[in-house]
Design a protein around this ligand. Structure first.
Ligand SMILES: [Zn+2]
Length: 220
């Protein structure tokens, strides 16, 4: 059944905490699921914990899946969007369009691209184990924001959730994972935006199974 898992150290936060990650499966394409990039977006972390619980029971999929449930651990412990150094990790990745300009305080991109240890770890992971597909779990307004060719997976998730699929959220996001991987590295990336304050039961009953059905599209 390919029930194979291990936990491992993904990298450090700027406060020096170890970011936990989990690996499931031993054959098939590399997949990365990243949640808690914004520490106050609890809905994505709840979904990641639901996936962790399911996959820990059984992982009968032909996938090499890495799950990082709380990427911005310092921010989550403070219930804040940014990391401990007040930097938005989803504006700090070394994209071609990265800019030091602070569009809004909440989007502070940092002193230079990839200045933050959390993103150093993420960039290393992507370099060493290039994913074939990425799903990153956020919350804002309900939508599947896609960068790159995500349609096969996004269509399945949309059919289970009713979420709209969009390539454009209406404003630029330099330094984001969608830009870094989806647009610049041909790694299709879904930025999965739950609606804020979505009931945990709804996340577990509808969205976790929807994500799993979407992942099955990618099986070897
Ligand atoms: Zn977010």
């Amino acid at each position: 059944m390919g029930h194979f898992q291990k936990s491992f150290h993904f990298g450090y936060t700027s406060d020096g905490l170890s970011i936990p990650a989990y690996k499931f499966g031993d054959k098939g394409p590399e997949i990365l699921i990243l949640a808690g990039v914004h520490g106050d977006e609890i809905e994505g972390i709840q979904a990641a914990n639901g996936l962790l619980q399911k996959f820990s029971q059984s992982f009968p999929y032909k996938l090499n899946l890495t799950l990082v449930p709380i990427f911005n651990l310092d921010g989550a412990l403070r219930s804040q969007r940014k990391n401990a150094r007040e930097i938005d990790l989803n504006r700090n990745l070394p994209t071609q369009d990265w800019s030091p300009e602070v569009a809004k305080v909440k989007y502070n991109p940092g002193p230079h691209a990839n200045s933050e240890p959390e993103n150093n770890a993420l960039v290393e992971h992507i370099k060493n184990k290039p994913p074939k597909f990425i799903i990153t779990l956020h919350s804002w307004k309900p939508m599947l924001n896609i960068n790159g060719d995500c349609h096969a997976v996004a269509n399945v998730i949309a059919s289970h959730t009713g979420y709209i699929i969009t390539e454009d959220i209406g404003y630029p996001t330099p330094g984001s994972l969608g830009t870094y991987c989806g647009l610049e590295r041909q790694i299709p990336t879904i930025t999965y935006e739950f609606e804020r304050l979505l009931a945990p039961e709804k996340i577990l009953k509808t969205h976790v199974p929807a994500i799993i059905e979407g992942l099955k599209v990618l099986e070897a």
